[in-house]
Write a protein that binds this ligand. Structure first.
Ligand SMILES: [Zn+2]
Length: 356
């Protein structure tokens, strides 16, 4: 008798070997031709895409993760999840523990934890009237605090009440953001991803070429990546931007620890009037750039178990994207299509995201 478990093991190992040799071949071919250098020179957007690959790096730090975990354990989130589990409501059918946990995290994060900032409040006279705070040109980070917090830039404002100069460093370090708990979509997303990762929820970073970021988690129950926008408490509503905000969009990429995928078709409807032309790079060149990045990363994975999981995820991803492109419906409920909630007023209007 052949042990079925033994067969599975042999098949899996053959599959891994096959995929590994395929990845090796792709890498060899890419090394031989020089087209990638030409692509990077011809399209600045190609370099931008490659830079996205490091967006998930800050979430590997164990100290950052345990700091986030402590905050969640002290928060009321888990007891709310338990309450919902016990209530077993009709609308929660089809969701499992992870899904309910993510929904409760989103709600808590938006309503109780993080704060949206258009213009910062004056730290001297506490003036918060937006018209009485005027923007000055930003400067580069200049203190050790700025550099520890990974500030990309320091915005400056002047309070017209008391003439005080207000600084607003745009921090990127997700651990710093657990303390400051304020910002715009970048800060919101960076810190929220850290929280999800600290709970071992499979999460990835979503980047849109028209200046917005959000994230996705993988639902083991629904067996797919679920759109999440922490600034909006939005769950599984991928057309929120393109249709709800009327946001003009061209490219959206999903960045996980090991690969980047083009998920534009999930977030931008094929026939939408808000679909911008994809002219920052030719489609074959974009494909090449992604292949270079991904196959190099795949080749670096030593452990068979991780390699198997990553390759399987990647293949599923490519399949899912193809299905959407071929016309599979993207979840969209009319009542979810609302204009942007965070950053109301002029700031939203200026960005053309107020649904008008
Ligand atoms: Zn003031």
């Amino acid at each position: 008798m052949i042990d079925p478990a033994e067969v599975t093991k042999v098949v899996k190992s053959a599959y891994i070997n096959y995929q590994r040799s395929y990845v090796r071949k792709v890498n060899e071919n890419l090394r031989k031709n020089k087209r990638i250098e030409n692509t990077l020179q011809k399209y600045p957007f190609a370099s931008k895409v490659l830079q996205l690959g490091s967006l998930m790096d800050p979430y590997k730090d164990e100290l950052h993760l345990s700091k986030a975990l402590d905050i969640i354990l002290e928060s009321p989130v888990y007891s709310r999840v338990d309450e919902r589990e016990n209530a077993s409501k009709e609308e929660d059918k089809g969701l499992d523990y992870t899904d309910i946990l993510v929904q409760e995290l989103l709600k808590w994060y938006k309503e109780e934890f993080f704060k949206w900032v258009n213009k910062p409040i004056c730290s001297r006279c506490h003036n918060d009237v937006q018209e009485k705070i005027i923007g000055l040109p930003p400067v580069k980070p200049f203190t050790s605090e700025h550099s520890i917090g990974g500030a990309s830039i320091v915005e400056r404002y002047k309070c017209l009440n008391c003439q005080h100069l207000i600084l607003f460093p745009r921090y990127n370090n997700p651990s710093t953001l657990l303390d400051t708990r304020e910002g715009r979509c970048g800060e919101w997303n960076n810190c929220f991803i850290l929280i999800l990762k600290s709970l071992s929820i499979q999460t990835r970073y979503l980047w849109n070429a028209e200046d917005h970021v959000w994230c996705e988690y993988f639902s083991p129950k629904m067996k797919r990546w679920i759109h999440l926008d922490s600034c909006e408490n939005a769950f599984d509503n991928p057309l929120l931007y393109n249709e709800g905000w009327n946001k003009k969009m061209s490219y959206v990429f999903a960045i996980s620890e090991h690969y980047i995928v083009d998920v534009s078709d999930k977030y931008i409807k094929h026939n939408s009037p808000n679909k911008l032309p994809r002219n920052k790079i030719s489609s074959t060149s974009l494909q090449r750039v992604l292949t270079v990045f991904n196959s190099k990363n795949f080749a670096e994975i030593q452990e068979d178990k991780i390699f198997y999981e990553v390759i399987t995820d990647f293949i599923n991803d490519v399949e899912a994207t193809k299905k959407i492109r071929d016309g599979a419906t993207v979840t969209a409920k009319d009542e979810d299509m609302k204009p942007r909630q965070s950053g109301v007023g002029e700031w939203t209007k200026n960005r053309g995201e107020n649904g008008q």
